[in-house]
Write a protein that binds this ligand. Sequence first.
Ligand SMILES: [Fe+2]
Length: 247
Amino acid sequence: MPHNVTRRSVVAQLGALTSLIGMARSRSAFAGSIGRETERLVSRIDTLSGALRGELIPVNDWRNGINELLSSVPVAELMQGLDFERLAARTGFADLGVSTATIDFGFNEKKRLNFLPKLFAVDTGRSIIPHGHSNMVSAHLPLAGAFRLRQYDQISRNEHSLTIRPTVDRRITSGDLSSIGEEDDNVHWFIAEEPSYTFDVIITGLDDQEKRPYEIYNLDILAAKANPDGSLTAPRMEVAEALKKYG
Ligand SMILES: [Fe+2]
């Protein structure tokens, strides 16, 4: 991916990116009742994500840009814009793992977004089970609640395991954004300490030459072997087995 837009603030360049990729979304595209700030935010996330898809910016710029954009709007305002109460009631909680809902901003159906907006709901003690990814990136903004978040770089993988290196282990609450790169911080694991929700920005199919739009690798991190260089080799797990142990 080219590194031709590696400036201090990617967001400051959004206007230029918009005209470069011709994906500016007119206000009339937003038929719903989301607030003006949320509408502007979604439009800018869309432009930034279009730039990533179009290989105009590298993943690190996307991650920094998403962080900057989602820090620019108060969480309470975003929640109001998302009609959070209604959305959360519709989403509910899962007995194991997470319950998710795709967020409909009320766009004209012909104008597809460059990202998938979702709400994740995770009840106390439940988790977004430990997993790595390929051919996708994502960002996660806690709206309410608290998580213990762990992240790992993905160093290598084979059909049985992933070799990973710990990068993050912290408690996150409302407004503490996290994101994954294609290798950096690519594995994540969220354990909810109370009923919790995240707003997720997901981009799949980064490489459209790949057969599948994305892959998820569920990991048995507690059974990982420690390597002399500080990395861990964690066995891959089937979803049902992973939910039973970690969900
Ligand atoms: Fe994930």
